[in-house]
Design a protein around this ligand. Structure first.
Ligand code: AGP
Length: 611
């Protein structure tokens, strides 16, 4: 198949399973008519949202492999090292998330073979790398980094030197690697080859060449025609030919898919950051959530109605949503349930009743802890329902029924609009189960106006941020259905602004945390007008007596609070959807005051695909 004559294997199978994931490292390769380096820089920038600490590019020109790499953001490393000026129309690039070895220039990819004729970029973890490395060291290979990935370059070299056949080298090397990986190798003869096993790898076909990437977003600027490689697939771009084989050398044919979908619209627009754009988008996304999903919502509600026990599970923000869902299901669905964070549930799941139902919640649908729970539960016969934002994700594909959050791509590492969308979906499901007791539909319009009002009140939030910008510890209190929002509010503050924040069930204050409260503490209190009001108000007074500064969130401002954020009136059961928004805004503006980049918090990745 040639890239320049337009003869593509255009097996446009519309319902083909597109797998778009947000992994930690990003890899990209290009071979075509354009200069590779500037394209690769742009592609890597498009994938920045996945999180990384260093960056590098290798290109091939006149039979020579040139490599440049460094620690920091693509833009900064590019301005200091001029990555985009590397010569040639063939190249590979990488943004690294350190797993094996520190964040250093040496550990940044691409890694090269001893003879410098092969450069490699890798995403994933090579579990047997130390064993492979020992073997290679004994054969005289010299390693320049502490990474697991470098073994790939030396293994390829070993096989290529012995067989003179890069197909054999790609196959043998891939078969020797244990773990989850996708890698791209650039050879000095101008060939680029990629292989995958349990990490995504996608071929992009444009009018002037081919791209190979860990993420469609990497090349979506240049083409929307893609081939999704399967496990054990190898793609080889040699001369002007594209060839696909499997690890055993047999030819494989995969359909070409058109991937023009919502990820194409990834752009900050007029906003300074994706995070604030996504917070603002909630005016629309909360309204949209569940619309057009009526059939799956009904289906899920039927499954839950007949379930003897329901487990809600998720990680981080999605776990907080699980906690709210459990509360709603008990109250309105009248079903027994529990919410267990996936990183803990995986050790228990083998012992649950097989006729239980698991509701797995995940924005990405790729979180390793969640997938682990589901993979362990499925063989037991447990029904799996998922709530995801990527309908083609691994979690969606493993589920019996999956409901789509439909809130568009979320690029900011901190979950904002995905939280309110997943929550709205769960309200819709439990409302359906209860025969409309929650009355979500009737309140959509009111809810939308309330979200708008909260978002428009950003100047009040900026004022509060100014007051609290120097505090070292923030505590967020709430009771009942508001406790998960206290956890979520604290999570937003710590991940975006790096200020220590803790969500505490207000009723537990006297059982320990009160010991921490003094004049230097800052406490945010979820104190809306519902059954929790009086008890929380009493807690606020206890705190006040210890001299701490108090910020209330609710509908009845009171003297006990130094500041008060008013939540617009909606039915009290819907408060959690609104209460979280001021916390998202506080976290965002606190990050700005502290000069932290809210879109890419340090040490965090958008999707945590390793345990
Ligand atoms: C949220 O702000 C976090 N970045 C994180 O806790 C996230 O919610 C968690 O990793 C789960 O991700 P998922 O929803 O994609 O499974």
């Amino acid at each position: 198949m040639r890239w320049y004559n337009g003869h593509f294997v255009l097996l446009a199978i519309l319902n083909y399973v597109i797998k778009i994931t947000m992994r930690v490292c990003s890899i990209i390769g290009y071979k075509g008519e354009s200069l590779a380096a500037p394209l690769l820089v742009t592609c890597l920038q498009k994938m920045e949202y996945r999180g990384y600490d260093s960056v590098g590019i290798a290109t091939i020109a006149d039979g020579k492999v040139s490599v440049k790499k460094g620690v920091g953001r693509v833009e900064d490393v590019n301005s200091s090292l001029l990555l985009g000026r590397l010569p040639g129309r063939i190249g590979i690039g990488h943004t690294r998330w350190a797993t094996h070895g520190k964040v250093t220039e040496k550990n940044a990819h691409p890694h090269t073979s001893c003879n410098g004729e092969i450069a490699v970029v890798h995403n994933g973890i090579i579990q047997n790398y130390s064993e492979l490395k020992s073997g290679l060291l004994m054969k005289g290979h010299i390693f320049k980094s502490e990474t697991d990935s470098e073994v790939i370059a030396h293994l390829l070299e070993e096989d290529y030197v012995h067989t003179g056949d890069l197909r054999v080298a790609m196959r043998n090397t891939s078969k020797k690697l244990a773990g989850a990986f996708s890698f791209i190798a650039a050879f000095s003869d101008g060939t680029i080859a990629g292989a995958r096993y349990d990490e995504p790898l996608i071929l992009g076909i444009s009018n002037d060449g081919y791209y190979i990437s860990s993420d469609v977003v990497g090349f979506l600027n240049y083409t929307d025609r893609a081939i999704f490689l399967d496990n054990r697939d190898i793609v080889i771009l040699q001369g002007s030919e594209m060839e696909m084989i499997n690890f055993d050398g047999a030819p494989v044919l995969r359909p070409t898919t058109q991937v023009a979908w919502e990820f194409g619209g990834i752009d900050k627009g007029t906003y300074a950051h994706f995070t604030i754009k996504e917070i603002n988008e909630q005016v629309e996304t909360i309204t949209k959530s569940g619309r057009g999903q009526e059939k799956s919502i009904k289906q899920v509600s039927e499954v839950l109605k007949s379930a003897p026990f329901v487990y809600f599970t998720g990680s981080g923000t999605s776990y907080h949503c699980a906690l709210v869902a459990k509360n709603l299901l008990t109250k309105y669905g009248k079903r027994k349930s529990d919410a267990i964070m996936s990183s803990e549930f995986q050790y228990l799941v083998n012992d649950i009743e097989p006729d239980s139902v698991i509701v797995a919640i995940s924005q990405s649908g790729e979180t390793a802890d969640v997938l682990e729970v589901v993979k362990k539960a499925k063989p037991l016969g447990t029904k799996i329902i998922s709530i995801v934002n990527v309908p083609t994700s691994s979690l969606a594909r493993l589920s019996d029924v999956s409901v789509h959050m439909n809130c568009g791509a979320e690029i900011g590492v901190a979950a904002t609009k995905s939280f309110t969308s997943q929550l709205t979906l769960l309200y819709a499901i439990i409302d359906e189960m209860s025969g409309g007791l929650i009355g979500l539909e009737e309140q959509r319009y009111k809810l939308q106006n309330a979200v708008r009002e909260l978002i428009e009140g950003q100047s009040m939030i900026e004022h509060i941020v100014d007051e609290i910008k120097d505090v070292k510890d923030i505590y967020v209190l709430g009771r009942s259905i508001h406790y998960p929002i206290a956890l979520e509010g604290a999570l937003k503050i710590k991940e975006l602004s790096y200020v220590h924040a803790e969500g505490i069930p207000a009723g537990e204050l006297k059982h320990g945390p009160l010991a921490l409260i003094d004049r230097n503490s800052c406490i945010l209190v979820l104190n809306p007008n519902d059954s929790t009001f009086e008890d929380v108000n009493a807690n606020a007074h206890e705190i006040k007596a210890r001299g701490a500064s108090l910020i209330g969130v609710g509908n009845s401002p009171s003297d006990v609070y130094d500041q008060f954020i008013t939540i617009p009136e909606v039915d009290e059961i819907l408060y959690p959807l609104l209460e979280v928004i001021p916390f998202q805004l506080i976290a965002y503006y606190l990050a700005l005051v502290k000069n932290a980049n809210p879109d890419y918090p340090r040490n965090l990745a958008k999707s945590v695909t390793v345990k």
